[in-house]
Design a protein around this ligand. Structure first.
Ligand code: NOJ
Length: 568
């Protein structure tokens, strides 16, 4: 039997269900486990560390956590290269630690989401190991994309596709007889071979993976590269190898996979409302909406806001386009300003703001600029940005450390960099290590409290990425004492959101202040004002009572690069 790709279903307008499923307006905290908290002092975050810090997450006031991949993995791309989808990496714990985490999270009202990586696995996955051993033409190789090369003796890659991390998307293997042989496809690193989703066993395998974790209480998955599983049927050359490659991504056939998973997720209803949230990079929001049709994903990150510069008109137009395109599917928008793949907001908003609209192939690149940073300005804007984000109708995903206002660590020494982007770009791109530096919990403790074992007299190893000295000023225990800290703002904003911005009330823009550097949005009786420029703004009494502001206000004067929430 082969996997069939039924015809497309049209985008349907669907009424919002009478009872709102939890994920429609949930705030989800992203835990990059490796960098969150380390219980055993080996310098790598782990599940026991997360368990020890669960109260911190619960006190933030979020609804759920999303764990980046924590399955057994050689860690070539820090968990996005999976060797076993049905277990926990021993560096992070084991299945019983995971069960305990789930129970403790549930006790605190936190749901647990995992990360599913269906486009590719690790070269250490048993299927790939078997495929290498079995040789060309074998059934084992059919689960991946193994093809002969072009040119003299097949020594050129089968087509012109480029890896997202740099270099060709193909690597040649040495066959069991010791001779150079076929090539295999990898959209990312050469340690991450792409599955062949035309193969029925691949689809069956992922059904089993989803059920395995759902049956253990997991309440959803973030789907890695959810637009990537289907490839052009003949693996034809792409006409612009360095541009967005529509032969590798966003193929119409990929929607069949999402329909299949949606049916699986729905089979748990009505007892359980599970979610799948797609990581999908597409050139147009209308394309994103296609993944949210009523029989596909429930959620998909809306990256168009994340890629905007700090600019009122651009942010407004991105928000409106998200609302227009996505609301028509019946889904809510899943807002996000930060994650483990992009520079932190303080850094992005503290740099010179790009003015050019990026090419679709370079969307994520604009989030990793390296220029000088005005940290104070970036911090002010990041604080205003979170008030904008939390005022929007829909769900919000927050990346760990953003609540501490951590800037990106831009000056990691080259020799400690671990991101495969650094290696594959031959050192021309720094990659993503700077937003993955282990969190500072306690200013005066070794490893700033990231490793917890020293309390019991242990000497912690160096964290897997070095923390800069200035992390001390951002530590949780410092911010906890300060009512004007970013952490205090997040806590207040998250508590306030539940009441002020609850429900699906429609967003309207209020232009009465008539200034191009301001956004004023209203939902029900709540209002948010965001000042994108340096100039302060006097908030007229008719806008309502001020409930919260991203910076201390004198009277009704909102400073520039700040935001306020009001209620009438
Ligand atoms: C997207 C993930 O967010 C990123 O961290 C990873 O490197 C790639 N997908 C490949 O899995």
């Amino acid at each position: 039997m082969t996997l069939t790709f039924p015809g497309e279903t049209p985008t349907l307008r669907r009424a919002v269900p009478a009872t709102t499923p939890w994920w429609r307006d949930a705030v989800v905290y992203q835990v990059y486990l490796r960098s969150f908290a380390d219980a055993d002092g080996d310098g790598i975050g782990d599940l026991a560390g997360l368990r020890a810090r669960l109260d911190y997450i619960a006190a933030l006031g979020v609804d759920a956590i999303w764990l980046n991949p924590c399955y057994p993995s050689p860690q070539a791309d820090h968990g996005y290269d999976i060797a076993d989808y049905l277990d926990i990496d021993p560096a992070y714990g084991d299945l019983s630690t995971f069960e305990a985490l789930q129970k403790e999270a549930r006790d605190r009202g936190l749901r647990v989401l995992m990360d599913l990586v269906p486009n590719h696995c690790s070269i250490a996955h048993p299927w790939f190991v078997a495929a290498l051993a079995a040789g060309p033409g074998s059934p084992e190789r059919a689960k991946f994309h193994f093809v002969g090369g072009r040119g003299w003796r097949g020594n050129r890659p089968p087509n012109n596709w480029r890896s997202v991390f740099g270099g060709p998307a193909w690597t040649r293997v040495t066959e069991p007889d010791g001779k150079p042989g076929q090539w295999y496809l990898h959209l990312f690193d050469s340690t991450q071979p792409d599955f062949n989703w035309q193969h029925p066993e691949v689809a069956d395998y992922f059904d089993e993976v989803l059920r395995f974790w759902f049956d253990r209480g997991v309440e959803g998955f973030r789907i890695d590269v959810a637009h990537g599983m289907a490839k052009h049927p003949t693996l034809a050359n792409w006409r612009h190898p360095r541009k967005y490659n529509a032969h590798m991504f966003n193929r119409p056939e990929v929607h069949a996979v999402h329909r299949r998973w949606r049916a699986l997720v729905d089979s748990y209803r009505p007892a359980r409302e599970l979610t799948l949230v797609g990581e999908i990079w597409v050139p147009a929001v209308a394309e994103l909406a296609r993944y949210l049709r009523p029989d596909e994903l429930r959620q998909a990150f809306f990256f168009d806001l994340l890629t905007q510069p700090w600019n009122a008109a651009k942010m407004r137009s991105a928000i409106q386009s998200g609302l227009d395109n996505i609301a028509s599917t019946g889904a809510t928008v899943t807002w996000v300003l930060s994650n483990h793949d992009v520079h932190r907001t303080v850094t992005r908003y503290g740099q010179e703001q790009p003015t050019k609209t990026p090419d679709p192939s370079a969307l994520i690149e604009v989030t990793r600029n390296r220029g000088p940073v005005d940290v104070q300005l970036g911090t002010a804007r990041a604080g205003a940005g979170i008030l904008l984000l939390l005022a929007l109708p829909g769900s919000v995903y927050l990346y760990q450390g953003e609540e501490l206002g951590l800037p990106e660590v831009l000056d990691l020494p080259d020799e400690v960099r671990q991101d495969p982007i650094w290696r594959r770009s031959t050192g021309t791109k720094h990659g993503r290590d700077g937003c993955r530096v282990p969190l500072p919990w306690a200013a005066a403790e070794p490893t700033f409290g990231f490793s917890l074992n020293h309390a019991a007299g242990g000497a912690p190893a160096e964290p897997w990425l070095p923390q800069p000295d200035w992390f001390a000023g951002c530590a949780v225990d410092v911010q906890q004492e300060r009512p004007d800290s970013m952490l205090a703002l997040y806590r207040q904003a998250l508590a306030c959101r539940r009441e002020l911005w609850a429900g699906d009330a429609e967003l309207t823009w209020d232009d009465r202040l008539d200034r191009a550097d301001l956004l004023v949005l209203t939902r029900g009786s709540a209002r948010a004002v965001v000042a994108f420029g340096p100039d302060p703004v006097e908030l007229p009494a008719e806008l309502g009572e001020i409930v919260l502001a991203s910076v201390p206000m004198t009277g009704r004067t909102l400073p520039g690069n700040a935001a306020a929430w009001l209620r009438s």
